[in-house]
Write a protein that binds this ligand. Sequence first.
Ligand code: ATP
Length: 253
Amino acid sequence: MIRIAGLTKAYGKLLAVDHIDLEVPKGELFGFLGPNGAGKTTTLRMIAGIIRPTEGRIWLGGDDVIANPLTAKARLGFIPDRPFVYDKLTGGEFLRFVAGLYGQDGDSIERRIDELLDIFELTMWKDELVESYSHGMRQKLIISSALIHRPECIVVDEPMVGLDPRAARLLKVMFRQFVDRGGTILMSTHTLEVAEAMCDRIAIIQQGKIAAQGTMAELREQTASGNASLEDLFLRLTGGPAVRELAEVLGEA
Ligand code: ATP
């Protein structure tokens, strides 16, 4: 379970995140959408304990991220949008290093490393330096490192960027399996077709505030949008014209 209450981050006068409340129960894949600069990454980085909120609280499982950071973070796998990987380590060494940060080592971790490298088709690259990995291979390694300690919750910022169609499909299947087995995922993405196809519920954040949240059916009801696509709902809720109107404007230009 991921829960945030009154979460706020101010940068000077700018409220990047403005008193938001969200609850993602076990077994749910929750999509976090919003236009550029809306506050998605700032929110996810606060949940992961990377930046400190100005106000508000965050719980991962039963643990408060600020009061009990170590136990809370042990429950979490965080996949950032701009991951950092040590170029001078091999893929295997990097995963061993991350497992060590969670206090895990030994045979079970070696098996886990091999299992994840196999799933992401990186086995051949286990002993190669990360500096020789392509962008997508790095992304797969980062995803593996977030799963290495078998977290209960995953917070993921734009997971599909740079993945080839096969890896993207694999990730979708893995995420679905993860929540079906009782995990919790909070995922930000700009790929609305992915969000519509994958997420159980969705929140749309706009200028630091939640503009709407719910299932696709609930979002359509809240906006009286009939059978609208998520793209149309998104544009409506974030102040832009719906796609049809946009097409008309472009047609007139
Ligand atoms: P995108 O879709 O473009 O990645 P986002 O929804 O993830 O956007 P954030 O990166 O959370 O948006 O940024 C929210 C707001 O906070 C933006 O106005 C951004 O300029 C501002 N911001 C983010 N980090 C900082 C910082 N370290 N210092 C000052 N302002 C910041």
